[in-house]
Design a protein around this ligand. Sequence first.
Ligand code: CU
Length: 128
Amino acid sequence: MRKAVLLTSELMLFIFFAGCASQHFAAIPPGLDRSTVPQQTIKMTAQDYHFTPDEIHVKQGTLIRLEITSIEGTHGFALSDFGIDERIDEGKTVTIEFYAQKKGKYDFRCSHICGIGHLGMTGKIIVE
Ligand SMILES: [Cu+2]
């Protein structure tokens, strides 16, 4: 009985720390005043099987607008830390906005199974 209690508390600790490993932000924090924050538009393309560019450096405190065009195939764009996941049909452009609130590296990846190279279709946004 006592052992079971111990195991449970260890499990709770594990869940707690595992939860800390990834961060979650609102893509646009409620109350953000768009008229006062610097903004930046970045164009990106998606194709089989990569994003161009696949590494983006932005300044903390900037409202980023990503315009992503799929020039080959249908892909997805997931930036999980910001709760973003959009499908990009071939030939279409989607616009994604997020506020670069905190310094760090944020991984993005294709979220639409697009073919043999799908799992390698990743990139990162570096907020500095
Ligand atoms: Cu894919």
